[in-house]
Design a protein around this ligand. Structure first.
Ligand code: DC
Length: 234
């Protein structure tokens, strides 16, 4: 494994699995995507899968907090996830849902459906299947603790609540969403609470993970810090 990454950060030999967990808005997907590109790895966004289920439940006029409604939806859809160099694609019964999963409603619905074990069983099976090919950076809440407990590198990515909320607020404004910073902070706190207090596979730092706080880091600095951790761990 010694020659895994050369001095230009390119992967040289065997490809490993890298697990990144952390609370909402810590920058996981942006940082993981950029790192995956740099290393020639595939990026797998597990939050997008929970979002897709949440959106499917809402599209049917059901309540994402109602386990019966969610399980009915789950039984009636086929989810197809592919991870390629150009990114991850999710098809729900043939429909490309990537365009509609990034709203504040989809975030809350995702967090609600994620408390339901049947949802997690289904998605974790897909996630482990995708990771089998090796050379993946997977982000979520339970990757290092539950989905890929044997991942060679585990990172817990975090930032202060103010930093995370400001980043998310900026993203939402850029997309034309109407919201206030206070709303983003309170949504984020509610989601973090629900994600860390649920019974099954809650958001929790894996004991063997490395903590990376990006509060005072730019995207570039965060990616550099992550690559440094990966290099030190292998
Ligand atoms: O990473 P994200 O913000 O796109 O995730 C949306 C929600 O999905 C999050 O609030 C909780 C849930 N989730 C989860 O429970 N487990 C994961 N591995 C990924 C996401």
């Amino acid at each position: 494994m010694k020659n895994l990454i050369n001095k230009d950060s390119k992967i040289m030999t065997k490809k490993i699995s890298i697990a990144i967990d952390g609370p909402a808005g810590a920058g996981k997907s942006t940082i993981a995507k950029a790192t995956a590109k740099e290393l020639g790895y595939l990026y797998i966004d597990t939050g997008a899968m929970y979002r897709a289920i949440g959106v499917a439940v809402m599209d049917r006029g059901y309540d994402p907090k109602c386990a019966d409604d969610v399980i009915k939806t789950l039984d009636s859809i086929h989810m197809d996830v592919t991870a390629k160099e150009d990114g991850q694609h999710i098809l729900l019964s043939g429909e490309d849902v990537n365009g509609k999963i990034r709203t504040p409603e989809a975030s809350m619905a995702a967090s609600a459906v994620a408390t339901i074990p049947e949802v997690r069983y289904k998605l974790v099976e897909i996630q482990r299947g995708l990771a089998k090919q090796g050379g993946v950076i997977m982000d979520g809440r339970d990757i290092g603790t539950y989905v890929l407990p044997d991942a060679e590198v585990k990172i817990f990515l975090t930032a202060s609540v103010e930093t995370r909320a400001k980043r998310r607020y900026k993203e939402l404004l850029e997309k034309g969403e109407k919201c206030t910073l206070d709303e983003v902070i309170s949504d984020m706190e509610a989601r973090d609470k629900q994600d860390s207090e649920r019974e099954f596979a809650p958001l929790k730092r894996a004991e063997d993970s490395v903590l990376l706080d990006t509060s005072d880091k730019t995207l570039k600095q965060s990616v550099q810090a992550l690559i440094k951790i990966i290099r030190e761990k292998i």
